[in-house]
Ligand binder design. Structure first.
Ligand code: SF4
Length: 720
């Protein structure tokens, strides 16, 4: 047995659960990952990604030197370059000077609207704060966004409008204290496995009742008292019908409604049409299941709702989220332990990146960019002249790309994101990427987006730097440097600061903002001087179990659950709802509905997991089909099929399974060989600007094995 020289405690870099983990090192090599049973978040448990996914840091494909293209790229002619022969290795000085020169040249010629940045929900709070500061303070643009736009933007908008705060209201582990909990639009057992484990424990050990509302028979449905399998895109009808039942049967909490909400009377009238019969006719869910679920949720002493991307990634994602928020406002199941509204955040630090202002409408701390008082505060904090910050709302991720071109976005800086896997309708995304005038990518690997870049800036992995992540239940935790960065890669704070200073010099604004940080903690303290939720956080205070925001001063113990007395906007507000059908319905030509999502073994566009041993466990995309749909098409498990939408086609193998509901197919979106987003629709929710990933019309037909991009790959999960 190998004896470790050192054990370094840190936090998992994959999902928003934020499991604590111990890296075991021998001769400066991580050979094992374990977790402490006393860890408050995960009690010693880790899923397969946390336990085995660390080895991507040693991948031979990792970029460890700054790279520049041998052949300069021009707008309209940009192409992908994965082969290292197409790049030349350069010094950090050359890479950063070149990046600064190109960005400043475009800014001085075309102004702030030509500049844009994707921050990164995998990077630390400190990295994200600095990157948005660089673009706001130096390039005067709010074209600052990250992948929250593609996951929970609709939840964020709805929660902000209804109660004034978009965070999970309660601690995830409180699920064992609920009597009834709803899980909807979330395959929690695969996407947030340790929270999924706690949910199973709540049912098995503590007698909680679980209601699953999901078009797929996800694993948690096996623990559920009720499973309501709605057709994709019909969520509003199911939850509005539950509200209808609660109102009709007077199961609502009158005292809570009177004291803590507004708009109930009009809302109640608007729910009259959402009868369970109407919901059944649209969603396919048995009306009796809807009635039973409504009674079960409303009459519980403590009830909570957990949701994820199945709710938010929709052209009516904001309405979907409103329909959940209404249930809590009707019944008063919020503001107490074991209750609440809990959007499960996907990435390890998507909550933190949003808190840090990596969004186009908000400075750090969700201060509105178009509010002159907020701009004034940040101008003082960043030493920007009065009126210097841009007070126009910026473009979202999808809008940044669709605005690429003359008079629009010309230069893009991407830190750790992969739009060429993550954006919908990738054939159109490709066209936008080709038209960029300058693209800088700051990442660990040359992924599908990095292959379009002019310059690659190799960042350090989470095990090679210090900083903080904020997990899904607002817990700020330390990540700790266990290793020196590989090759000449650098911690991201150093890359951004080095670049910012060069830009500042070129713009003739030396010393305009502070870029010389002693350590990452100093970055967090600078942000906390303005953002009260982080003001009381110091690294030494995080050593034991982290702290849950808000932490308004250095004596504050953190906040396990929110809204005990009031909501940030005062009263919780009911919003009127209408049912709006999905943007694209199935028809004769494309008779099935495609829904997309994640798998246990992989993460997002696969930049990390597909460069780890996890890829051996699940090396290929599969399309899940119901056996009736499969029989109609003549498809058996293991057959090669072509899935086509109006936007593109992919070829992959089929998995015929009872997990898939009739008329619905599911494809994970981690695999570039069969990228699900070649099929998806780039329609946006009108308010949150989140794309539709959960419902578009497709056709499945048999194809030849020769058409598979990687025919040797065979997942062990297939059951044929
Ligand atoms: Fe990491 Fe999430 Fe798995 Fe925990 S549940 S080990 S945070 S991927």
């Amino acid at each position: 047995m190998i004896e470790a020289d050192r054990v370094v405690s840190t936090v998992c870099p994959y999902c928003g659960v934020g499991c604590g983990m111990d890296l075991h090192l021998k001769d400066d090599f991580i050979f094992k990952v374990t977790s402490d049973h006393n860890n408050i978040v995960n009690k010693g448990n880790l899923c397969v990604k946390g336990r085995y996914g660390y080895d991507m840091i040693y991948s031979k494909k990792r970029v460890t030197e700054p790279l520049m293209r041998k052949t300069p790229q021009r707008a309209g002619e940009r192409s992908q370059a994965f082969d290292l022969d197409e790049w030349r290795q350069v010094s950090w000085d050359e890479a950063l000077d070149y990046t600064a020169d190109r960005l400043v040249e475009i800014y001085e010629r075309d102004g702030s609207d030509a500049m844009a940045v994707y921050c990164c929900a995998k990077a630390t709070n400190e990295d994200n704060y600095l990157l948005q500061k660089m673009f706001r303070a130096l390039f005067r643009t709010n074209n600052v966004d990250h992948c929250t736009r593609l996951c929970h933007a609709a939840s964020v908008v709805a929660l902000q409008m209804a109660i004034g705060s978009a965070s999970m209201s309660n601690t995830a582990a409180e699920v064992i204290k609920t009597d009834v909990f709803i899980v909807t639009g979330s395959n929690t057992a695969e996407t947030h496995p340790i929270i999924g484990l706690q949910m199973k424990e709540a049912v098995e050990k503590y007698g909680s009742k679980l209601i699953v509302v999901d078009p797929r028979r996800v694993e948690l449905a096996n623990w559920a008292t009720l499973w309501l399998p709605q057709m994709p895109g019909t969520d509003v009808t199911v939850f509005a019908a539950m509200a209808h039942v609660i109102i009709e049967e007077k199961l609502y909490n009158q005292e809570f409604i009177d004291q803590r909400t507004e708009g109930f009377e009009d809302f109640a009238k608007s729910m009259e049409k959402f009868t369970p019969e109407f919901a059944e006719s649209i969603s396919g869910v048995d009306r009796n299941l809807i009635i039973e679920a409504a009674r079960m949720y409303a009459t519980a002493e403590r009830a909570a709702i957990y949701w994820a991307l199945g709710i938010s990634e929709s052209t009516h994602g904001v309405d979907n989220a409103f329909s959940l928020i209404h249930l809590a406002l009707l019944t008063g199941h919020i503001g107490r332990e074991g209750t609440g509204l809990n959007p499960l955040r996907g990435q390890n630090n998507v909550q933190g990146a949003s808190d840090m202002g990596a969004i186009p409408w908000h400075y750090p701390g969700y201060m509105e960019v178009d509010d002159p008082a907020s701009a004034d505060i940040w101008e003082k904090a960043w030493n920007v002249e009065p009126g210097g910050l841009n007070q126009e709302k910026g473009l979202t991720t999808t809008e940044i790309l669709s605005n690429v071109g003359e008079g629009g976005v010309r230069a893009l800086y991407i830190m750790g994101e992969n739009p060429m896997m993550a954006e919908p309708n990738l054939n159109v995304t490709r066209h936008h990427m080709e038209n960029l005038e300058f693209l800088a990518v700051h990442d660990l690997f040359i992924n599908e987006s990095g292959a379009y870049a002019d310059v690659i800036l190799p960042g350090a992995s989470w095990a090679e730097k210090d900083g903080t992540f904020t997990n899904t239940d607002r817990r700020v935790q330390r990540i700790r440097k266990a290793l020196e960065p590989r090759g000449h890669s650098l911690p991201d704070v150093e890359i951004i600061s080095g670049l910012a200073k060069r830009i500042e010099d070129r713009l003739g604004r030396p010393g305009s903002a502070y870029w010389d940080y002693r350590d990452p903690e100093q970055v967090l303290i600078e942000m906390g001087e303005v953002v009260s939720a982080y003001r009381g956080i110091r690294y030494e205070r995080l050593d034991e179990v982290g702290l849950q925001t808000p932490v308004p001063d250095e004596d504050h113990p953190g906040t396990p659950f929110l809204f005990e007395e009031t909501f940030p906007r005062g009263r919780g507000k009911f919003h009127l709802l209408e049912y709006v059908p999905s943007a694209e319905a199935p028809d004769h030509e494309y008779p099935l509905i495609l829904t997309t999502g994640r798998l246990l073994e992989h993460w997002h566009g696969g930049t990390m997991t597909r460069n780890s041993q996890l890829d051996v466990l699940y090396p290929e995309a599969l399309v899940e089909m119901n056996r009736v749909d499969a029989a109609r098409t003549g498809v058996k498990s293991g057959d090669t099929v072509r899935v086509s939408s109006r936007r593109g086609s992919i070829v992959l193998r089929a998995n015929v399974t009872e997990k898939a509901n009739l008329g619905v197919v599911f494809i994970p979106w981690h695999f570039h060989e069969a990228a699900a987003n070649l099929l998806t629709l780039d329609e946006l929710d009108p308010v949150a600007k989140i794309p539709e990933y959960k419902a578009c019309a497709v056709r499945v037909e048999l194809a030849s094995e020769d058409e598979l991009v990687n025919p040797e790959a065979r997942t062990r999960r297939g059951r044929w």
